[in-house]
Design a protein around this ligand. Structure first.
Ligand code: FPP
Length: 285
């Protein structure tokens, strides 16, 4: 049970959020490259493992905030296909943390309506990790709140390659014609099928790269990079990123909303106008 002090603090935090953020202009989908755990630990004379552990607390805080704000989807890069190159001690520790995070927080996540999903190649993880992941996905599948995509053993190029294979299979089997294959078809064959593309991509740790993360889906994402290391990233930093995002003008390759020459009707093939765009692209909210 919450004490009145905690309840007051929570109420205060919510008011703080409402004051800074325009709830009508929130991104539907936020993607995060949680970088800097190792550097954060090194700066403190700690092991890299402890950096990852501290990063787990940031993840918890950010999921919480996304739930409070009513964000539709959050995708976090927890383990890339390239992370297997790290020493086995570190990859084992990361597996252990994934298990710990889900065992510790699944009930709370479910109470908040979170739907846990995984994107990446799960079959390459040890059986114990796979079991915890599939159990978490299954137990939270009926929830209606935030979709939490855990990108694990994930690589954007592998995802696109998988999509191409699956489309080729459908063409071979005759359920799809080559002429029917368009950008929508590709989206529908990605791990994130059915979800809006990320409106906002956040990267901590200060590097200016995409690191093979959601390569197709981030085509029009607004990118927000901070030099903060992931274990230092908390609710107020997410709010800062959202406030900045809300100042941006999203054009999706078109012109400003009221620009005189903005196309009002669909453009010629291959050059979609605003009506076509509105039919399925994430809107600039
Ligand atoms: C990158 O930092 C971070 C990772 C490879 C792992 C992220 C994992 C967590 C935040 C733990 C919790 C995750 C889940 C899914 C429960 P880095 O180690 O590359 O940092 P560096 O660039 O400073 O070395």
């Amino acid at each position: 049970m919450k004490s009145s002090g905690q309840a007051f603090q929570q109420e205060h935090d919510m008011l703080e959020i409402l004051a800074i953020i325009d709830r009508e202009k929130l991104p539907r989908h936020i993607a995060i490259i949680m970088d800097g755990n190792g550097r954060w630990a090194r700066q403190r004379g700690l092991s890299r493992s402890l950096g990852h552990r501290a990063g787990m607390d940031s993840l918890h805080a950010i999921v919480d905030t996304c739930c409070e704000l009513g964000i539709e989807a959050l995708t976090v890069y927890g383990f890339s296909t390239e992370n297997w190159k790290r020493p086995q001690g570190e990859t084992d520790y990361l597996m252990g943390l994934i298990i710990e995070y889900l065992k510790k927080h699944l009930l709370e996540l479910c109470n908040k309506g979170v739907q846990v999903r995984t994107i990446g190649i799960m079959k390459e993880f040890p059986r114990t990790v796979q079991n915890v992941l599939s159990n978490s996905v299954e137990r939270s599948s009926g929830n209606k709140g935030l979709i939490l995509n855990l990108a694990l053993n994930y690589g954007g190029r592998t995802e696109i390659t998988d999509a191409v294979r699956s489309i080729a299979r459908a063409v071979k089997e005759g359920s799809l014609q080559i002429g029917e294959v368009d950008a929508r078809t590709v989206s529908d064959h990605l791990y994130t099928a059915g979800q809006p593309d990320p409106d906002l991509l956040i990267r901590t740790g200060g590097d200016f790269r995409i690191s093979n993360f959601l390569l197709w889906q981030c085509a029009y994402s607004e990118i927000w990079i901070t030099g903060l290391m992931w274990p230092d990233f908390r609710r107020q930093h997410l709010l800062g990123a959202l406030a900045d995002y809300q100042k941006r003008e999203r054009r999706f390759g078109g012109l400003r909303e009221n620009a005189e020459s903005a196309p009002a009707t669909p453009g010629p093939a291959g050059r979609p106008g605003s009506a076509w765009r509105r039919s399925w692209w994430p809107t600039a909210r």
